[in-house]
Design a protein around this ligand. Structure first.
Ligand code: ATP
Ligand code: MG
Length: 248
Protein backbone atom coordinates (compact mmCIF):
# COMPACT_ATOMS: atom_id res chain seq x y z
CA UNK A 1 0.00 0.00 0.00
CA UNK A 2 1.32 3.45 -0.94
CA UNK A 3 -1.44 5.35 0.79
CA UNK A 4 -2.91 7.71 -1.80
CA UNK A 5 -6.25 8.97 -0.52
CA UNK A 6 -8.96 10.18 -2.88
CA UNK A 7 -12.27 11.75 -1.94
CA UNK A 8 -14.42 11.79 -5.08
CA UNK A 9 -17.76 13.58 -5.29
CA UNK A 10 -18.44 12.95 -1.62
CA UNK A 11 -21.59 14.19 0.05
CA UNK A 12 -22.74 13.20 3.47
CA UNK A 13 -25.86 13.82 5.52
CA UNK A 14 -26.18 12.69 9.14
CA UNK A 15 -29.27 10.61 9.82
CA UNK A 16 -32.17 12.94 10.53
CA UNK A 17 -30.21 16.10 9.62
CA UNK A 18 -31.97 18.58 7.36
CA UNK A 19 -28.87 19.55 5.43
CA UNK A 20 -25.70 17.93 4.15
CA UNK A 21 -22.62 18.07 6.36
CA UNK A 22 -20.50 17.61 3.21
CA UNK A 23 -21.46 18.45 -0.36
CA UNK A 24 -19.56 17.39 -3.46
CA UNK A 25 -16.10 17.20 -1.94
CA UNK A 26 -13.23 16.26 -4.28
CA UNK A 27 -9.71 15.90 -2.92
CA UNK A 28 -6.59 13.95 -3.82
CA UNK A 29 -3.90 13.40 -1.23
CA UNK A 30 -0.90 11.77 -2.94
CA UNK A 31 0.89 9.07 -0.94
CA UNK A 32 3.21 10.50 1.68
CA UNK A 33 1.88 14.05 1.45
CA UNK A 34 -0.09 16.16 3.89
CA UNK A 35 -3.48 17.82 3.73
CA UNK A 36 -4.60 20.32 6.36
CA UNK A 37 -8.33 20.84 6.86
CA UNK A 38 -9.31 24.27 8.09
CA UNK A 39 -12.60 26.13 8.29
CA UNK A 40 -15.13 27.53 10.72
CA UNK A 41 -16.90 25.43 13.32
CA UNK A 42 -19.50 23.12 11.78
CA UNK A 43 -17.91 23.34 8.31
CA UNK A 44 -17.43 19.56 8.08
CA UNK A 45 -13.77 18.95 9.01
CA UNK A 46 -14.39 16.16 11.52
CA UNK A 47 -17.01 14.61 9.27
CA UNK A 48 -14.55 14.44 6.37
CA UNK A 49 -11.88 12.92 8.61
CA UNK A 50 -14.42 10.37 9.88
CA UNK A 51 -15.30 9.32 6.32
CA UNK A 52 -11.64 8.58 5.53
CA UNK A 53 -11.44 6.28 8.57
CA UNK A 54 -14.82 4.85 7.49
CA UNK A 55 -16.60 5.74 10.69
CA UNK A 56 -19.41 6.63 8.28
CA UNK A 57 -20.05 5.91 4.62
CA UNK A 58 -20.72 8.74 2.18
CA UNK A 59 -24.29 9.41 1.07
CA UNK A 60 -22.88 9.95 -2.43
CA UNK A 61 -19.42 9.57 -3.97
CA UNK A 62 -16.56 7.51 -2.64
CA UNK A 63 -13.38 7.49 -0.62
CA UNK A 64 -10.55 5.39 -2.04
CA UNK A 65 -7.10 4.40 -0.84
CA UNK A 66 -4.75 3.49 -3.68
CA UNK A 67 -7.82 3.30 -5.90
CA UNK A 68 -9.73 0.86 -3.68
CA UNK A 69 -13.04 1.98 -2.24
CA UNK A 70 -12.71 1.84 1.56
CA UNK A 71 -16.06 0.02 1.61
CA UNK A 72 -14.38 -2.84 -0.27
CA UNK A 73 -11.54 -3.19 2.23
CA UNK A 74 -11.68 -5.70 5.04
CA UNK A 75 -12.28 -3.61 8.21
CA UNK A 76 -9.15 -5.06 9.81
CA UNK A 77 -7.07 -4.19 6.78
CA UNK A 78 -8.53 -0.68 6.74
CA UNK A 79 -7.76 -0.28 10.45
CA UNK A 80 -4.15 -1.27 9.74
CA UNK A 81 -3.87 1.26 6.89
CA UNK A 82 -5.62 4.24 8.50
CA UNK A 83 -4.58 5.38 11.95
CA UNK A 84 -6.60 7.97 13.83
CA UNK A 85 -5.10 10.19 16.50
CA UNK A 86 -7.74 12.29 18.19
CA UNK A 87 -8.05 14.16 21.45
CA UNK A 88 -9.89 11.22 22.94
CA UNK A 89 -7.41 8.49 23.60
CA UNK A 90 -8.53 4.96 24.13
CA UNK A 91 -6.07 3.34 26.48
CA UNK A 92 -7.30 0.19 28.12
CA UNK A 93 -7.01 -0.74 31.79
CA UNK A 94 -3.90 -2.83 31.40
CA UNK A 95 -0.14 -2.37 31.61
CA UNK A 96 1.68 0.01 29.30
CA UNK A 97 3.25 -3.06 27.68
CA UNK A 98 -0.14 -4.65 26.98
CA UNK A 99 -1.57 -1.38 25.66
CA UNK A 100 1.32 -1.19 23.20
CA UNK A 101 1.21 -4.87 22.27
CA UNK A 102 -2.41 -4.44 21.19
CA UNK A 103 -1.00 -2.45 18.26
CA UNK A 104 1.91 -4.74 17.50
CA UNK A 105 1.59 -8.16 19.17
CA UNK A 106 5.03 -9.34 18.08
CA UNK A 107 6.98 -6.22 19.08
CA UNK A 108 10.02 -6.72 21.29
CA UNK A 109 10.73 -4.56 24.35
CA UNK A 110 13.36 -2.76 22.29
CA UNK A 111 10.68 -1.93 19.74
CA UNK A 112 8.32 -0.75 22.48
CA UNK A 113 10.97 1.57 23.94
CA UNK A 114 11.77 2.96 20.50
CA UNK A 115 8.08 3.79 19.99
CA UNK A 116 7.89 5.41 23.44
CA UNK A 117 10.95 7.46 22.56
CA UNK A 118 9.54 8.77 19.31
CA UNK A 119 6.36 9.65 21.22
CA UNK A 120 8.47 11.62 23.74
CA UNK A 121 7.27 9.54 26.70
CA UNK A 122 10.12 7.02 27.21
CA UNK A 123 11.83 9.05 29.91
CA UNK A 124 8.69 9.20 32.03
CA UNK A 125 7.95 5.47 31.65
CA UNK A 126 11.57 4.61 32.49
CA UNK A 127 11.28 6.66 35.69
CA UNK A 128 8.29 4.64 36.97
CA UNK A 129 9.13 1.82 39.40
CA UNK A 130 7.21 -0.72 37.29
CA UNK A 131 8.35 0.62 33.93
CA UNK A 132 6.47 -1.08 31.07
CA UNK A 133 4.44 -3.05 33.61
CA UNK A 134 2.88 0.11 35.06
CA UNK A 135 -0.90 -0.15 34.97
CA UNK A 136 -2.78 2.49 33.00
CA UNK A 137 -6.26 3.59 34.05
CA UNK A 138 -8.29 4.52 37.07
CA UNK A 139 -6.71 1.94 39.35
CA UNK A 140 -3.24 2.38 37.88
CA UNK A 141 -0.79 5.23 37.58
CA UNK A 142 -2.55 8.56 37.10
CA UNK A 143 -1.18 9.71 33.76
CA UNK A 144 -2.08 13.25 32.75
CA UNK A 145 -4.15 13.83 29.62
CA UNK A 146 -1.03 14.84 27.70
CA UNK A 147 0.86 11.75 28.85
CA UNK A 148 -2.03 9.49 27.83
CA UNK A 149 -2.06 11.14 24.43
CA UNK A 150 1.64 10.45 23.98
CA UNK A 151 1.14 6.82 25.01
CA UNK A 152 -1.57 6.64 22.35
CA UNK A 153 0.88 8.17 19.85
CA UNK A 154 3.40 5.45 20.78
CA UNK A 155 0.73 2.85 20.04
CA UNK A 156 0.08 4.43 16.64
CA UNK A 157 3.84 4.45 15.92
CA UNK A 158 3.79 0.68 16.52
CA UNK A 159 0.71 0.20 14.37
CA UNK A 160 2.63 2.03 11.61
CA UNK A 161 -0.33 3.05 9.43
CA UNK A 162 0.30 4.40 5.91
CA UNK A 163 -2.46 6.98 6.36
CA UNK A 164 -2.87 9.15 9.42
CA UNK A 165 -5.92 11.14 10.39
CA UNK A 166 -4.98 13.67 13.01
CA UNK A 167 -7.22 15.89 15.07
CA UNK A 168 -5.03 18.60 16.54
CA UNK A 169 -5.87 19.97 19.96
CA UNK A 170 -7.87 23.19 19.85
CA UNK A 171 -7.60 24.14 23.47
CA UNK A 172 -4.34 25.44 24.78
CA UNK A 173 -2.50 22.70 26.57
CA UNK A 174 0.15 23.97 28.93
CA UNK A 175 3.34 24.90 27.10
CA UNK A 176 5.46 21.90 28.02
CA UNK A 177 2.67 19.39 27.27
CA UNK A 178 1.98 21.14 24.00
CA UNK A 179 5.64 21.09 22.93
CA UNK A 180 6.10 17.42 23.87
CA UNK A 181 2.92 16.33 22.12
CA UNK A 182 3.73 18.31 18.99
CA UNK A 183 7.22 16.86 18.84
CA UNK A 184 5.65 13.40 19.10
CA UNK A 185 3.16 14.16 16.33
CA UNK A 186 5.77 15.78 14.07
CA UNK A 187 7.78 12.58 14.24
CA UNK A 188 4.70 10.40 13.69
CA UNK A 189 3.65 12.13 10.45
CA UNK A 190 7.02 11.66 8.73
CA UNK A 191 6.65 9.67 5.50
CA UNK A 192 2.91 9.04 5.92
CA UNK A 193 -0.10 10.37 4.09
CA UNK A 194 -1.55 12.76 6.63
CA UNK A 195 -4.94 14.43 6.87
CA UNK A 196 -4.91 16.87 9.77
CA UNK A 197 -7.69 18.93 11.26
CA UNK A 198 -5.20 21.68 11.81
CA UNK A 199 -5.19 24.46 14.35
CA UNK A 200 -1.48 25.15 14.60
CA UNK A 201 -0.12 27.64 12.11
CA UNK A 202 3.08 25.59 11.74
CA UNK A 203 1.11 22.50 10.61
CA UNK A 204 -0.91 24.58 8.18
CA UNK A 205 2.10 26.42 6.75
CA UNK A 206 4.06 23.23 6.18
CA UNK A 207 1.18 21.28 4.60
CA UNK A 208 1.43 20.24 0.97
CA UNK A 209 -2.22 21.24 0.59
CA UNK A 210 -4.72 23.18 2.64
CA UNK A 211 -8.45 22.64 2.07
CA UNK A 212 -10.66 25.40 3.41
CA UNK A 213 -14.13 24.06 4.20
CA UNK A 214 -17.25 26.13 4.55
CA UNK A 215 -20.76 24.72 4.94
CA UNK A 216 -19.55 21.29 3.81
CA UNK A 217 -17.81 22.46 0.65
CA UNK A 218 -14.16 22.94 -0.22
CA UNK A 219 -14.08 26.66 -0.98
CA UNK A 220 -10.31 27.01 -1.38
CA UNK A 221 -7.47 24.59 -1.97
CA UNK A 222 -3.77 25.35 -2.17
CA UNK A 223 -0.62 26.04 -0.22
CA UNK A 224 -0.30 28.57 2.56
CA UNK A 225 1.64 31.17 0.55
CA UNK A 226 -0.83 31.06 -2.36
CA UNK A 227 -3.97 31.13 -0.22
CA UNK A 228 -2.72 33.79 2.17
CA UNK A 229 -1.98 36.08 -0.79
CA UNK A 230 -5.56 35.99 -2.14
CA UNK A 231 -7.15 39.29 -1.19
CA UNK A 232 -10.60 38.70 0.27
CA UNK A 233 -10.07 34.93 0.23
CA UNK A 234 -11.60 32.61 2.82
CA UNK A 235 -8.19 31.41 3.99
CA UNK A 236 -6.79 34.91 4.18
CA UNK A 237 -9.76 35.88 6.34
CA UNK A 238 -9.34 32.83 8.59
CA UNK A 239 -5.62 33.37 8.95
CA UNK A 240 -6.21 37.02 9.71
CA UNK A 241 -3.80 37.64 6.88
CA UNK A 242 -6.24 39.66 4.81
CA UNK A 243 -4.65 42.79 3.45
CA UNK A 244 -6.62 45.78 2.23
CA UNK A 245 -7.57 45.28 -1.42
CA UNK A 246 -6.67 48.87 -2.17
CA UNK A 247 -3.54 50.44 -0.79
CA UNK A 248 -4.19 53.58 1.24
N1 ATP B 1 -23.51 13.07 14.85
C1 ATP B 1 -24.07 14.10 14.20
N2 ATP B 1 -25.39 14.12 13.92
C2 ATP B 1 -25.97 15.13 13.24
N3 ATP B 1 -25.29 16.20 12.79
C3 ATP B 1 -23.97 16.25 13.04
C4 ATP B 1 -23.29 15.21 13.75
N4 ATP B 1 -21.99 15.55 13.85
C5 ATP B 1 -21.87 16.73 13.23
N5 ATP B 1 -23.04 17.16 12.73
C6 ATP B 1 -23.29 18.39 11.95
O1 ATP B 1 -22.54 18.31 10.74
C7 ATP B 1 -21.94 19.55 10.42
C8 ATP B 1 -20.43 19.39 10.32
O2 ATP B 1 -19.95 19.06 11.60
P1 ATP B 1 -18.41 18.72 11.87
O3 ATP B 1 -18.33 18.15 13.22
O4 ATP B 1 -17.86 17.92 10.75
O5 ATP B 1 -17.78 20.20 11.83
P2 ATP B 1 -16.29 20.68 12.18
O6 ATP B 1 -15.80 21.45 11.00
O7 ATP B 1 -15.47 19.53 12.61
O8 ATP B 1 -16.53 21.70 13.38
P3 ATP B 1 -15.60 22.02 14.67
O9 ATP B 1 -14.54 22.96 14.18
O10 ATP B 1 -16.54 22.69 15.59
O11 ATP B 1 -15.05 20.74 15.20
C9 ATP B 1 -22.41 20.52 11.49
O12 ATP B 1 -23.52 21.20 11.00
C10 ATP B 1 -22.78 19.62 12.66
O13 ATP B 1 -23.77 20.20 13.43
MG1 MG C 1 -14.54 18.98 14.44
Amino acid sequence: MRGEVRVAGVSFRYAGADREALSGVDLVVPAGTSLALVGPTGSGKSTLAALVARLYDPTAGRVTIDGVDVRDLDPEVLAAIVGVVSQETYLVHASIRDNLLLAAPSATDTGLWRALESAQIAELVASLPDGLDTMVGSRGHRFSGGEQQRLAVARTVLRDPRVLVLDEATSALDNTTERELQAALDELVQGRTTITIAHRLSTIKDSDQIAVLDHGRVVELGRHTDLAARPGGAYAALAGAARPAVAP
